[in-house]
Design a protein around this ligand. Structure first.
Ligand SMILES: O=C(O)CCC(=O)C(=O)O
Length: 253
């Protein structure tokens, strides 16, 4: 079977509304509100908190740890509850719209900035430069498990920067500084933001300590290396339940 057939089998080739298309093309991101219903949201929150309790100081050892933020990595292999996240048909359709080409899951991780921490420099998620601009190498999807606004570290984005070839570090004196065109992405728990990950973005400080659990559902072009080598980390129990299309998406066939 071809990649396109696998994607179709997962419902990942749906047409997008004009609003999503316009927003992705011009702003570099789009917000899908109320994608996660209450029951599912509760299950995701519980699973997040359970992993934090169980993994303790080992949290995110598969990826990277960040002072002042909880990170959880390798969620593909940490329960079936995450499967509806990385396999969501509408999200896959939006991701496909941005790539316009075959892609795979790069990683599925989680992050929660803690009180007084979480501010990041503006950055993109592609570290190899934009010599082949405007090719899209990476698309990121943030799943909000809690309401987010400027008081608890909603991410900042600079709309339209996916359409320029420079990186924040080349154009700004200090990418930790505010950018005149940045917006902070307030949204309700259960919302999902899909963005071209060449867009300049970054976490911000959680000033109040109100919870802001977020999932990072990260995709890359088929030919690129994954942030987490899914084949290497695949557990026997995950492997046993995967469909052929899911194996294709993880690139573990
Ligand atoms: O969790 C967020 O608000 C965004 C984090 C981010 O961009 C990153 O960790 O690279």
């Amino acid at each position: 079977m071809l990649g396109q057939d696998y994607l179709k089998a997962m419902g990942g080739c749906q047409p997008l509304s004009e609003v999503h298309q316009q927003s992705l093309d011009h702003q570099g991101f789009t917000l899908i509100e109320s994608l996660i219903d209450d029951e599912w949201l509760e299950a995701l929150r519980e699973a997040f908190d359970r992993l934090v309790a169980v993994e303790g100081s080992h949290l995110a050892r598969e990826h990277h740890q960040e002072a002042g933020a909880i990170r959880i990595a390798n969620l593909v292999n940490k329960g079936t509850v995450w499967e509806k996240v990385w396999c969501h048909p509408l999200v896959l359709s939006v991701v496909h719209y941005v790539f316009k080409s075959e892609f795979k899951l790069s990683s599925l991780n989680a992050r929660e900035a803690l009180k007084g921490a979480g501010h990041q420099p503006l950055h993109t998620d592609w570290k190899k430069g934009r010599q082949d601009f405007p090719k899209v190498h990476v698309v990121n999807v943030l799943w909000a498990l809690d309401d987010m606004d400027q008081s608890n570290g909603a991410p900042r984005l600079v709309p339209g920067t996916h359409l320029q070839s420079s990186e924040p570090g080349e154009s700004m004196k200090n990418p930790l500084d505010p950018h005149p065109d940045e917006i902070q992405l307030s949204c309700k728990a259960g919302s999902v933001v899909v963005f071209n990950a060449h867009l300049w973005h970054g976490g911000t400080i959680n000033q109040t300590g109100r919870r802001r659990r977020v999932l990072h559902d990260f995709f890359t072009l088929r030919q690129n290396q994954q942030q987490q080598n899914q084949k290497e980390w695949l557990t026997e129990s995950t492997a046993q339940r995967l469909t052929p299309a899911q194996k294709w998406l993880l690139d573990v066939s």
